[in-house]
Design a protein around this ligand. Structure first.
Ligand SMILES: [Zn+2]
Length: 554
């Protein structure tokens, strides 16, 4: 790879040196006008260049670099799986990165100990009014939004993909060439891919949709196209415009099992969707879901990106989860959601039990705490949507995008989102923001008894006796019971129809609970099978499956 990159001194001081972090497995050569290599740490791959004269504040320089994949003989195990025969996938971080990269630090506690290093602080502490740390976002250090233009060549018969619209395609000297250019400035974090792809094409309101897949793996491609379209429908209507002229889902080999969003391009592992068999009616359509999540990142990460501190992933991962939940609910209905939300809840509760460091509240989630920003994030946002309504949540999200989308630093923190949600929350529900974002809040809800009495008009008078305990947990998992003063639902479900997991909801009602035990009465049209507290499991509940008691007919 040969690259040209514009750098600028954005500080208020003259810079006498520039430092670069290089990438293992690649040999890198940097050419920066007026710079001399002053220090070259070949073990830690860190270079310092001295500038004489120093770079003035605001001064711009154009640097050039070469990056060459290094192969040394035959390895015991393959160290570079990015550049392969059919399914190459590497990202922009193989280019030299400006400055020190804290993400390269050792994280393993024991390894750190063996080197005499103290425990690693994960991310900078969340600040309400941040200074220095908000000048960087958590995904690309020392960079603003960038324009990218690429000429990339690959073997004949393969398609190579870079960010942006295809400008030109040609063959020369036995190589297949492509030229791409971003249509909108983007995060300095983008990918390159090449394989013998088939391409499925569609479009949504003039935006081209492309799925790049291997001929052998065609099964879920229609689902992916559908999910991209449904995502465009919901996100453009509720969040704001999309900035690119295309959206691409691109298969890569199962050297890794993830999908990831780059500007307009979304690499997606073979093993988490392309080869999935989703024919069983009970299967959660995670292909639709994952595509919805990655598409949402085109707004949440690629338009609004969090400052490099705790809580950053609330603005990207939690928002992507929420967005995908909304598209999935529109596609599959509420019943399918209950199953998925239960999966998210179980995962959160199980994972917090194995946290080795500190469980953070959602507002301060660390970028490494997926069980919080994905799993708990889903549960929390879905619940908040139930409580204040979808339109209110989306008004808050539109405000955050309107204020912070594609803006220069300082980058927003998680407070930007929570404050916007607070504005949309009615006074009697303001306590939810404290419970859901600032604290770690858990419930232990139980349905103790439920009876029904058939009235003369054929309807049923249902009485439930319920118990609720509310707890706040600290970062180590110690729980303290706190008084209940919450709006919680009571309700009743019918017996599930044959082949279904959940019965229809016969009644849902939000009541103000102020004591651990209480009883409520309501009317249903038909005889419920079960009744009790929080029937749809919207609250984080330590024991979720005892909320409903079997209804006995009096
Ligand atoms: Zn994500």
């Amino acid at each position: 790879m040969r690259g040209e990159q514009t750098i600028v001194n954005k500080t208020t001081q003259p810079l006498a040196e520039v430092q670069f972090t290089l990438t293992p497995n690649y040999d890198t050569r940097i050419d920066l006008p007026g710079a001399k290599l002053a220090h070259d740490d070949t073990r830690l791959l860190y270079q310092t260049y001295s500038l004489d004269p120093p770079m003035r504040p605001g001064e711009v320089k154009v640097m050039h670099f070469d990056v060459k994949a290094r192969n040394r003989g035959f390895e015991n195990s393959v160290t570079n799986r990015e550049i392969v025969q059919n399914g190459t996938f590497f990202n922009s971080t193989i280019a030299p990165q400006i400055g020190y990269q804290p993400t390269n630090e050792l994280t393993d506690r024991n390894k750190r100990k063996s080197f005499g290093l103290k425990e690693k602080d994960l991310m900078p502490t969340l600040e309400q009014n941040c200074t220095g740390d908000c000048m960087d976002n958590y995904l690309s250090n020392n960079s603003d939004w960038v324009n990218v233009e690429t000429v990339i060549s690959t073997s004949p018969g393969q398609i190579a993909i870079a960010p942006g619209s295809l400008q030109r395609e040609w063959s020369d000297s036995g190589r297949h060439y492509f030229q791409y250019k971003l249509d909108h400035y983007s995060l300095n974090f983008y990918s390159f891919m090449s394989a013998r792809y088939e391409v499925a094409r569609s479009e949504w309101n003039g935006i081209s949709i492309e799925v790049y897949y291997l001929k052998e793996h065609p099964w879920n491609v229609p689902k992916m196209l559908n999910s991209v379209k449904k995502s465009f429908g919901y996100y453009t209507q509720n969040f704001g415009p999309y900035a690119h002229k295309e959206a691409r889902i691109i298969e890569f080999p199962r050297i890794a099992a993830f999908a990831q969003a780059f500007p307009g391009t979304m690499p997606y592992s073979e093993s988490i969707g392309f080869i999935a068999n989703l024919e069983h009616p009970d299967d959660i359509d995670f292909v639709f879901y994952v595509v919805g999540h990655e598409m949402a990142h085109q707004w949440w990460a690629h338009q609004v990106v969090g400052a490099n501190m705790q809580g950053a992933t609330l603005l990207s991962e939690t928002m992507a989860q929420y967005s995908a939940l909304m598209t999935m609910e529109k596609e599959y209905g509420r019943d399918a959601m209950r199953k998925f939300m239960q999966y998210e809840m179980d995962n959160y509760l199980r994972s917090r039990g194995t946290e080795l460091l500190k469980e953070r509240p959602l507002l301060r989630v660390e970028a490494s705490q997926g069980y919080i920003h994905y799993r708990k994030g889903s549960v929390v946002l879905y619940y908040l949507r139930e409580m204040i309504g979808e339109e209110a949540v989306n008004r808050a999200l539109r405000k955050v995008l309107g204020q912070h989308g594609y803006q220069p630093p300082p980058y927003p923190t998680s407070y930007a989102l929570v404050d916007a949600l607070r504005e949309q929350t009615p006074p009697e529900l303001q306590y939810l923001l404290q419970d859901l974002f600032y604290d770690i809040t858990l419930f232990s809800n139980r349905g103790l008894a439920a009876t029904a009495h058939k009235r003369s008009d054929g309807k049923f008078e249902v009485t439930v006796e319920v118990e609720t305990h509310k707890y706040k947990a600290d970062e180590k998992g110690n729980e303290t019971e706190v008084p209940v003063n919450d709006w919680i639902e009571v309700g009743a479900l019918a017996a599930p129809e044959k082949g279904k997991k959940y019965g229809n909801v016969l009644h849902r009602e939000r009541v103000h609970m102020t004591s651990a035990r209480s009883s409520y009465s309501f009317t249903t049209d038909t005889l419920p099978e079960k009744a009790g507290i929080d029937p749809l499991l919207l609250l984080v509940d330590r024991v979720p499956d005892d909320n409903l008691a079997k209804v006995t007919l009096r």
